[in-house]
Design a protein around this ligand. Sequence first.
Ligand code: FPP
Length: 246
Amino acid sequence: MEVSEHRVPRHIAIIMDGNGRWAKQRGEPRLAGHEAGSETVRCVLNYCRDAGVRYLTLYAFSTENWSRPQDEIDGLMALLGTFVKKYGADLVERQVRLRVIGRREDLPAEVRRPLEDVEKETAGFGRQLIIALSYSGRSELVRAMRHIAEEVRAGTLLPEAIDEATISAQLYAPDVPDPDLIIRTSGELRISNFLLWQCAYSEFFVTPVLWPDFREEAFTEALTAYAKRDRRYGGVKSSDGQEAPL
Ligand code: FPP
């Protein structure tokens, strides 16, 4: 990869979009698009490892996705279960920590259990794959506000002591740095309730490529575009704030 490693994002978050359109273009059922999308997940994990990206967050299922037809939901849940059973051992071998963010209590037990087993097995590793499941940025913030309100009610937190760090500390994965780069596939220019607090200073990269087709060329294009961005965080000086890759 030709991207300078000093400009590699520490944390990439991806809105994986376009599976349905990919399937439709081929006259196949939507689930065929999600299956092809799972294969892209595997590839992107490899690209991230090779590029030295430490955190990868994937938006796999939003709280709004529960309104899809039941057979698509069942198919997606089955795919997730298969993915974790098939690649869980790979994650252990590659020393990648798996984490789930979102309303995990909404997930069927046969998906949640293997995910949590792999989460436990990989808890000590530094490089991370974070899967957003039954996730919504607004729900994450509501949950955080409730925890903070409870502390205020208990008298352990003064309202005037609440700052940005207080809120960040109540998110699903408080120790994970904010995403440096958010990628959205399939061309839509929307954030779709993803990482609403964490995206404050993220760089955005939108590609028309559909998620199942998002392979090395498209990934490199995103990293190259990121490397050229001048991140000012509202100020005037360039800053990359990088952490050494593993
Ligand atoms: C959006 O495409 C994609 C999803 C809602 C599901 C993403 C899931 C996967 C890639 C498979 C499994 C994930 C993991 C982590 C193994 P869409 O269906 O909204 O596409 P469309 O906009 O073209 O209809």
